[in-house]
Write a protein that binds this ligand. Structure first.
Ligand code: GLN
Length: 489
């Protein structure tokens, strides 16, 4: 077993004491640096610590329960989540070199559980994109095939876990940025219920859709990491006073018991024309596995699926246009040189600081919120959003959970969709609905198509994250499939 591939291998080594910890920590850093080498670097990280923090013992410094114990575990953090010490750039020229004066709640909780931050990971600028090609600092490549994208926008975190640098990482999801890259890189990705993890310190993209999520190589590891970061936070009014049940609840002890007689809804709209044939085959095999394990597969319908993507691309840009107004060249980030007037400061700082996709979203968002368009677009989109919610409510009346593909295709080639934004947006077609509804959703690796990983998506009713994790752990155990570490094969 690779030393850095799971929380339990790391824990075991760290429990041997300081020498073992330091050896493991340098191995993680060495691997992280290696991702920058060669003609086609993976480029998962935008910044790395110079050296690991000193050994702090084998117990969590803030004496949490054993399950919360992440002592000595290196973790990677998406670069739109604030950390002390390392810059938080959001993949934008605007924030190049910006160091936050405070740490995100999720980051603080990881550190309190004993984990250490190895570095900040690459992303599409401000989380806007599906391939990590919209980073101002160059794209990340997929560890499974360097000619392909890792997905996005949390491509760096997904790649860091897939390449075996860290056993767990944080990302953010507004429309699918945890599940989509996790599926494309062959790792587990969880977007919890909206309000489960504090957004304090996550740089806002679209506040009603933004979530902090986790990446890991197995469901129990993702559950353990989520358990550490989840929970109420007085700094985020949308976080709820509800703790996540201990991660041990999702350990795959009795997969057959968890799956037996479980009703799993299969949404017809997720198996339409846009679903690639190779991906469909792998998903159908996973459905077969669920059936063999005693689950009852029931067809369900989510008619709003076809409009959910359009709804998302009105609501998200609308909120983004308001959130990104704070980047004005005065309060945050870079200011254009030699500006003479206030309006010139705004125009030039924003014009030079933001990349094309961010500008496109701001224009779109400002347009749909403008007085003549507000009703036709924004209010209409809010109506559609309600229908997405109602569809899920109806489906969950008969199904405990839904199972579907995470992405319509495996990871595509670098550059393939960059000149056609609408094509790029379609990469999120199966993930945006769960963000619009705020329900928990996750992906696990279920196989591969031509060597490229395929993800299977589970969705559950709001606040039933534990149930989702238990079903996922049982399916994972039953499938016995783990995508190989890059270079392992
Ligand atoms: N790809 C989607 C977008 O570009 C979702 C991004 C995200 O979840 N951060 O908006």
């Amino acid at each position: 077993m690779d030393a850095l591939s799971s929380l339990s291998t790391v824990r075991e080594l760290v429990s041997l004491g300081e020498d073992a910890y330091l050896e493991l920590a340098s191995l993680a850093l060495e691997r992280a640096r290696e991702l920058e080498n060669g003609e086609a670097p993976i480029h998962a990280f935008l910044s790395l610590v110079e050296e690991p923090p000193p050994f702090r013992g084998t117990l969590s410094p803030v004496g949490g329960a054993a399950a919360k114990h992440l002592a000595g575990v290196p973790v990677a953090i998406k670069d739109n989540i604030c950390t002390l010490g390392l810059p938080t750039t959001c993949g934008s020229k605007f924030l190049k070199g910006y160091v936050s004066p405070y740490a995100a709640t999720a980051v603080r909780r990881l550190e309190e559980a004993g984990a250490w931050i190895i570095g900040k990971t690459n992303l599409d600028e401000f989380g806007m994109g599906s391939s990590t090609e919209n980073s101002a600092f160059g794209p990340t490549r997929n560890p499974a095939n360097r000619e392909r994208v890792p997905g996005g926008s949390s491509g760096g975190s997904a790649a860091a876990v897939a390449a075996g640098v860290v056993p767990a990482a944080l990302g953010s999801s507004t429309g699918g940025s945890v599940r989509q890259p996790a599926a494309m890189c062959g790792v587990v990705g969880v977007k919890p219920t909206y309000g489960r993890v504090s957004r304090y310190g996550l740089v806002a993209f679209a506040s009603s859709l933004d979530h902090v999520g986790v990446f890991a190589r197995s469901v129990p590891d993702a559950a353990a990491t989520l358990e550490v970061v989840a929970g109420p936070d007085r700094r985020d009014a949308t976080s709820r006073r509800l703790d996540l049940a201990p991660a041990s609840a999702s350990s795959p002890r009795e997969p057959s018991e968890v799956l037996k007689n479980r009703s799993i809804g299969v949404p017809a709209e997720y198996f339409g024309d846009e679903l690639d044939y190779g991906v469909r085959r792998v998903v159908e095999r996973a459905l077969e596995t669920l059936r063999e394990a005693g689950a009852r597969l029931i067809p369900v319908s989510l008619p709003s699926t076809a409009t959910a993507l359009s709804c998302y691309y009105v609501v998200a840009p609308a909120e983004a246009s308001a959130n990104l107004a704070r980047f004005d060249g005065i309060r945050y980030g870079r200011r254009a040189d030699r500006v003479r007037t206030l309006s010139e400061t705004y125009f030039r700082s924003r014009g030079e600081g933001f990349g094309d996709e961010v500008k496109r979203r701001i224009l779109l968002g400002t347009h749909v919120l403008s007085a003549p368009q507000y009703e036709a677009y924004y209010l209409r989109a809010l109506e559609l959003r309600r229908r997405v919610l109602e569809d899920f409510e109806r489906a969950f009346r008969t199904a405990d959970a839904l199972f579907a593909p995470t992405t319509p295709t495996v990871a595509f080639r670098l550059g393939e969709k960059q000149s056609t934004p609408a094509e790029m947006y379609r990469a999120d077609i199966f993930t945006v609905a769960a963000n619009l509804a705020g329900i928990p959703a996750m992906t696990i690796p279920i196989g591969d198509d031509g060597g490229m990983p395929v993800g299977g998506q589970l969705m559950c009713p709001a606040w039933e994250d534990e149930k989702m994790l238990r079903i996922a752990a049982a399916l994972e155990a039953r499938l016995g499939y783990v995508h190989p570490l890059a270079g392992e094969a």
